[in-house]
Design a binder for this molecule. Structure first.
Ligand code: SF4
Length: 247
């Protein structure tokens, strides 16, 4: 059975490629069968923090009360397991944003864009995405940044290999017309940035992986990878799941 990939609106993004590389069947569940990834506290919290920072910077925010106001406006109660968990995440976010504000208020960067969306091509495919932040330093150098809100900080090897950053470096060069001088992941929970770079060869490899993945998707290859089930969002509802709960 074909899934209608001749439609003009077929597009790829880092999230789609990532879902496919995790398990092809997971891609099918989300993007073809339109199944929602079950909400949880981490997903909601990540969305709230991204929304807060976008609001704050797009309004030209200057102080902590304005940042707190954007936080309260962005807060949503969905996805938390209990009122207690809701409260704990709210407090964590408050501390996170206070540290963010302290660092940002003494930095000398100019923010060019927040939540900058793009829609272009990789080969014959439409390629879409959103870059969390693009900054410019006084000497004209530019930095692209991805925010992370989870607690665990990645080591630099993982940041160096991250496909999302590679594809965003491609987007900058080919869509926005500049090569990013700095690429960073900002771990907001610890207020730590880890910097990385991408060579032309690494960008080419990332683009090839994206093209190869898009080719498999349009070729209707959705073979389940059951080695990942224990860590999958769909482990309790997927018909191919090999996950069994220990009782
Ligand atoms: S539960 Fe297993 S087979 Fe199903 S989508 Fe997730 S990883 Fe793939």
């Amino acid at each position: 059975m074909k899934y209608g990939f001749d439609r003009e609106d077929f597009k790829i993004s880092y999230s789609r490629i990532n879902a496919y590389l995790f398990c092809p069947y997971k891609y099918k569940l989300i993007y073809i069968d339109n199944q929602y990834v079950p909400l949880n506290a981490d997903i909601t919290f990540g969305q709230i923090i991204h929304k807060t920072l976008e609001k704050y910077h797009s309004r030209g925010g200057k102080n902590m009360p304005q940042l707190s106001e954007c936080y309260d406006e962005s807060w949503e109660n969905k996805g938390f397991a209990s009122p207690q968990q809701n409260f704990e995440y709210y407090r964590r976010g408050t501390a996170m944003l206070e540290n963010y504000f302290k660092s940002f208020s003494v930095s000398n960067v100019k923010i060019l864009y927040t939540e900058k969306s793009f829609d272009a091509n990789i080969g014959k495919y439409r390629f879409i995405g959103i870059i969390d932040r693009i900054d410019e330093y006084p000497d004209g150098t530019k930095e692209i940044m991805d925010y992370k809100t989870h607690i665990k900080i990645w080591d630099s090897q993982r940041v160096d290999k991250d496909l999302q950053l590679t594809l965003y470096a491609y987007a900058c060069k080919n869509i926005f017309g500049f090569t990013p001088d700095k690429i960073s992941v900002y771990f907001l929970s610890d207020n730590i940035k880890i910097y990385t770079k991408r060579s032309n060869k690494e960008i080419e490899d990332g683009v090839n992986l994206a093209l190869e993945t898009a080719g498999k998707i349009t070729g209707d290859d959705f073979e389940p990878d059951t080695s990942k089930c224990a860590n999958c969002d769909f482990k309790l509802k997927c018909k191919n799941s090999s996950y069994t709960e220990n009782v």
